[in-house]
Design a protein around this ligand. Structure first.
Ligand SMILES: NC(=O)C1=CN([C@@H]2O[C@H](COP(=O)(O)OP(=O)(O)OC[C@H]3O[C@@H](n4cnc5c(N)ncnc54)[C@H](OP(=O)(O)O)[C@@H]3O)[C@@H](O)[C@H]2O)C=CC1
Ligand SMILES: O=C(O)[C@@H]1CCC=N1
Length: 270
């Protein structure tokens, strides 16, 4: 029986696979998984006994017209080389390794390829998965990827040239935003009698409420700013500091992370 294959059950793989199964977009009996450390699959196997575990990547490759690969960037090309001779005809590979371009992957695999940049926020069914397709991917394949990642959040299909900037905005950003909240809380704690725990709680609850205003109340960013910043008041002064100091910080962040993509690309040429 043909199945949908998944290789790699680490941080991203486990989140995506559990999200897909709990959303019921795929039934457990349609799924086959292979990963290097099989003991990590114990809980999944208990919850979904119908999921098939492949003990070898090549066993999975032989059964699957569609294979999701969730291994780390440095392991992807080696893995494809290992299973290349066992793929089904017209197989469609979907990988998530940041920093690996289609051109790079084409050095080891010449078939249909899609690249997805997932986000940790899919753990709660929110956020945006970025998707690029190689030219030979057909509309049915596009629909399939859309259906799978649409089950755990939004999907945005983009051109590969924009992927690096977009990765910052959707996939790295949960880490960036969490750090911004922490630094904000730290500064509040430094100039007050509040502990770090107290200021973090204040900031996180406010961040959650702000997200709700944006999403549930449909308020725009400018709208929130104008409702909070009383003319001649305190917020206005704080906004001046942020408007002056933040743009160079974010310009530097984009420059540095895009530079890192180049390093990853160079390292994956082997
Ligand atoms: N973390 C994030 O927010 C995001 C990550 N990504 C990309 O996702 C990719 C994976 O990241 P992440 O999930 O954090 O990495 P992890 O190291 O947590 O997971 C990789 C998984 O692949 C398994 N694996 C490695 N090699 C093989 C192999 N040859 N055969 C079978 N299984 C194998 C590993 O096994 P073992 O358990 O034995 O180590 C592990 O389970 C990265 O390339 C990253 O760029 C993209 C967007 C967001
Ligand atoms: O930090 C990384 O390299 C991965 C890719 C995007 C988010 N996490």
């Amino acid at each position: 029986m043909e199945k949908i294959g998944f290789i790699g059950y680490g941080s991203m793989g486990s989140m995506i696979i559990n999200g897909i199964l709990s959303s019921k977009v795929l039934h457990p009996e349609e799924v086959i998984i292979a990963t290097r450390t099989e003991s990590k699959l114990e809980n999944l196997k208990k919850k979904y006994p119908e999921v098939e575990i492949a003990h070898k990547n090549i066993d999975l490759a032989q059964k699957c017209p569609k294979i999701f690969i969730f291994v780390d960037t440095g392991d992807l090309k080696g893995l494809i080389r290992e299973i290349n001779n066992f793929f089904m005809k017209d197989v469609h590979i979907i990988y998530i390794s940041a920093g690996l371009s289609f051109e790079d992957v084409a050095t080891v695999f010449s078939g249909k390829t899609s690249k997805v940049i997932p986000t940790i926020t899919s753990k709660v069914g929110e956020g945006v998965s970025l998707v690029c397709h190689s030219p030979d991917v057909n509309p049915k394949d596009v629909e399939f990827v859309d259906k799978i990642f649409g089950a755990i959040g939004d999907v945005k299909v983009i051109n590969e040239e924009d992927l690096e900037a977009a990765t910052n905005l959707t996939s790295c950003s949960p880490a960036f935003l969490a750090l911004i909240l922490m630094k904000f809380a730290e500064a509040g704690s430094r100039i007050s009698g509040f502990s770090m725990q107290e200021t973090e709680e204040m900031v996180i609850k406010t961040f959650y409420g702000t997200s709700k205003l944006l999403y549930e109340e449909n308020m725009g960013v400018e709208d929130i700013i104008s409702r909070v910043a009383t003319p001649g008041g305190i917020t206005e002064e704080g906004l001046k500091v942020l408007k002056r100091d933040l743009p160079p910080v974010f310009d530097e962040l984009f420059k540095t992370t895009i530079g890192k993509h180049e390093v990853l690309k160079k390292n994956s040429k082997s």
